[in-house]
Design a protein. Structure first.
Length: 455
């Protein structure tokens, strides 16, 4: 018999079906055995009754959590008092007629049957191959998949072309962040911090481009919002009139993502008891200096003259803007030119400050971008001022040597958006296989212990 997905049993009351999946939990009530069967579409209650099938009931006595099974039986409507509104199949249950064990599972190291997976973060990640099976953990990555798909869909609708940038590069695109060096057949190379230079090159040929790329940051930070490997969502566009055009495109990308998440992930949002951030028709926008003045006026904390916002500044300005406007988002622009990468466009009227921008949400930076320098001569001046070796970015410079229109772009991390939308406490929860200073699948301290000589 053809397999029926769990979610589709709702429309098959009175019919015999075959379902396949994992035993999520087992419950015994007298002679009756109940299991919750889990497949990619949800959970289904299955009941084994000795008088209906003694053989199926006997096999069911062997079942444990995470056994993989194939069950054939009759779909019955649940009595109204036993309806479970928390699951898609809460109005039905399967009366088992036959069951086949497809794979057995060892005893679990912890309980996986509850609505919550109450584990400390190290344990959650140490057992990632198992914890990914929990419905609430799966919900995180269902939301993340919608975020990435929505990013792609919106940009394709606006005539952006997708491309894939290389991960191994001869030089770094940005200052400030350390990089991972690799031995490339005896030559020095790096894992990319950003597809920035490549998306600008490709933009000079196709006008509007975007990429979904892994990027790598060797910043020595152990925080709740930093990883060494992240999924970067990047876009670049040409023939712009000003940096505000880039801001507006970025705003609409984020708005589209939020709308998609709200529409397609309502159950996941409910599971995490959260709602998508509020985005107004026009997101409040302030210069760095205006933000610093607001913070000083609001709390007396004087950050005026600082070259960037620190985490406390980001939290405070988001709180101020939320109170003043109701928006969970705020754009901040106009950072000191010398503190940003060489390609960021200086404000012609005040060259000490640039036309770069950040989008903050609920106290954390989501997105960075702005207008880029498109004039070859100006780029070369910045290469010299930033003390860069032009040979290491020669391909990038060549593109701009032969005519590039005014352009700009933006980028943001899929994990950070996922973390913020769901209200997660640590960005590692929003990465399938997080990499940081302390982990590459396993904790590095554990790997070090294994390599240490035995005493």
């Amino acid at each position: 018999m053809q397999r029926t997905l769990v979610k589709d049993t709702v429309g098959k009351v009175g019919e015999e079906v075959t379902v396949k999946g994992w035993v999520h939990v087992r419950r015994d009530h007298g002679k009756l055995i109940f299991i919750d069967l889990r497949d990619r579409s949800g959970l289904l209650q299955v009941v084994f009754i000795p008088s209906v099938s003694e053989e199926a009931h006997t096999v069911a006595t062997e079942l444990r959590s995470e056994y993989v099974v194939e069950i054939t039986g009759k779909v019955n409507a649940r009595p109204e008092r036993l309806v479970n509104p928390k699951i898609v199949t809460g109005t039905v249950e399967l009366e088992a007629h036959a069951v086949k064990i497809l794979a057995k599972a060892e005893p679990l190291p912890f309980d996986m049957g509850g609505e919550e997976l109450n584990l400390e973060l190290p344990t959650l990640l140490d057992h990632r191959a198992l914890t990914l099976r929990h419905p609430k953990v799966q919900a995180i990555f269902k939301v993340q998949a919608v975020i990435i798909d929505a990013f792609r869909e919106f940009l394709k609708q606006h005539d952006f072309m997708e491309f894939q940038a290389p991960s191994i590069v001869p030089a770094t695109a940005e200052g400030g962040a350390e990089v991972f060096q690799v031995d490339y057949f005896g030559q020095k190379a790096f894992l990319t911090q950003s597809p920035q230079l490549y998306k600008q090159i490709v933009m000079t040929a196709f006008e509007r481009v975007f990429s979904v790329n892994k990027i790598f940051r060797a910043e020595p930070s152990v925080t709740t919002r930093h990883l060494t490997e992240v999924v970067s969502l990047d876009a670049e566009m040409s023939f712009i009139e000003s940096w505000e055009e880039v801001r507006d495109m970025a705003q609409e990308v984020v708005r589209f993502i939020l709308q998609r998440v709200e529409k397609e992930c309502s159950k996941e949002l409910e599971l995490f008891k959260t709602t998508v951030p509020v985005m107004l028709e026009k997101t409040p926008t302030y210069s760095l200096r205006e933000v610093q003045e607001k913070i000083f006026t609001h709390s007396g904390r004087d950050t005026r003259g600082d070259k960037d916002l620190n985490p406390e500044d980001e939290r405070e300005i988001c709180g101020i803007v939320k109170d003043e406007t109701g928006s969970d988002f705020v754009f901040v622009y106009g950072y000191p030119t010398k503190k940003k990468p060489f390609y960021v466009y200086p404000n012609p009227e005040d060259p000490e400050y640039n036309e770069g921008m950040d989008l903050l949400c609920r106290g954390i930076e989501w997105l960075s971008g702005g207008r880029r320098i498109n004039d070859y001569g100006q780029l070369m001046e910045h290469v010299k001022e930033w003390k860069m070796d032009p040979k290491k970015v020669s391909m990038f410079l060549e593109a701009f040597k032969y005519g590039v229109p005014p352009e700009g772009g933006f980028a943001f991390g899929a994990e950070r958006i996922t973390m913020q939308v769901l209200g997660l406490q640590n960005i590692r929860e929003a990465s399938l296989f997080p990499r940081d200073m302390e982990r590459i699948d396993e904790r590095l301290s554990t790997l070090s212990d294994e390599k240490s000589p035995k005493k």
